[in-house]
Design a protein around this ligand. Structure first.
Ligand SMILES: Cc1cc2nc3c(=O)[nH]c(=O)nc-3n(C[C@H](O)[C@H](O)[C@H](O)COP(=O)(O)OP(=O)(O)OC[C@H]3O[C@@H](n4cnc5c(N)ncnc54)[C@H](O)[C@@H]3O)c2cc1C
Length: 267
């Protein structure tokens, strides 16, 4: 049942300092509203004061800083997917952002909103675990940096303090081939896998089947053992299938992604 939104106060700051002043007045951040407004419509959340971050320029945009790619938290999925910088420096992130949800979600939803909401099926999380991203969190009194696996703690659970915003995401520029594949019978993936080669070593991340992405590493692509990986994977049963089905699907997709990597490398 979709209900009318409860009444709330809306602030539209145009700078970080005014955003923090509004957050201080019991404000809740939002950008695309694809998660937050849906939860409000369903009566699951009723924030009294929304702080719309869309006009805060400092939080948006994509740039390259030396050997790192910097992405502002309010950058939309569509912009990430269309960015030549992301395509060249972080192909798995481009693939994740170009496939997730539907065109409306990609047009309105943001990379930061996705991470802060921490849906276990987040494509962004899966890609950023594979890229070993680090995040900058900012509050009125300072900033701190965290690796992604210390920020995303579990389902709908992140290390974000009151009055703190996710400011930006940093990823090392790709040094090897990358592949992202997902199984999507509905809008969210049932399983998503990201494979990243870096200095010959392979990082495999399996997303969407447990509370947060799971990481497995192998010294090289040739030494990847899916038989060894599968029993290590946690999997949750839900409407899309049993834990056993999810684990099986993960194996199928890791094998497909590894074959795509080999093909891309001419092997
Ligand atoms: C139909 C549908 C299908 C979807 N399919 C997929 C999918 O396949 N894969 C996938 O990964 N995702 C999917 N999503 C989720 C989508 O990616 C996220 O909804 C979107 O990225 C969230 O961004 P937003 O700006 O809309 O967040 P909002 O809804 O505005 O905010 C979400 C949460 O994050 C907080 N927040 C937002 N920005 C910040 C910030 N900078 N700092 C601190 N807190 C912040 C808000 O307070 C709120 O709690 C889907 C969503 C829908 C509705």
């Amino acid at each position: 049942v979709i209900a009318l939104l409860p009444s709330f106060r809306l602030s539209r700051p145009t700078s970080l300092s005014s955003a923090f002043a509004s957050l201080d007045e019991d404000g809740t951040a939002y950008v695309g509203g694809t998660e937050l407004l849906a939860a409000m419509h369903l009566g699951l959340l009723a924030p009294a004061h929304l702080v719309d971050l869309k006009r805060v320029q400092e939080l948006s945009g994509i740039s390259r800083r030396g050997d790192r790619l910097l992405i502002g938290a309010t950058t939309r999925h569509r912009e990430v997917a269309a960015s030549p910088l992301v395509a060249a420096s972080a192909p798995v992130l481009r693939l994740a952002c170009s496939q997730l949800g539907n065109p409306r979600v990609r047009s309105m939803g943001t990379i930061g909103g996705n991470l802060c909401f921490a849906d276990p099926r987040s494509d962004v999380s899966t890609a950023l675990f594979a890229l070993q991203a680090s995040l900058t969190l900012r509050s009125a009194s300072g900033q701190r940096r965290l690796p992604i696996d210390e920020f995303v703690l579990g389902a709908m659970d992140v290390d974000l303090e009151d009055g703190e915003l996710l400011e930006s995401i940093e990823v090392p520029v790709a040094s090897g081939a990358q592949v992202y594949l997902r199984h999507q019978p509905t809008e969210y993936p049932t399983v998503a896998v990201a494979l990243v080669l870096s200095d010959g070593a392979l990082r495999v991340v399996v997303g969407a089947i447990a509370e947060r992405p799971q990481v497995y590493t192998a010294p090289s692509l040739d030494q990847l053992s899916v038989d060894e990986l599968l029993p290590q994977l946690e999997a949750m049963e839900d409407l899309n299938g049993s834990a056993e089905y999810k684990r099986h699907l993960a194996g199928v997709f890791v094998n497909r992604a590894a074959a795509a990597l080999r093909e891309g490398l001419g092997g």
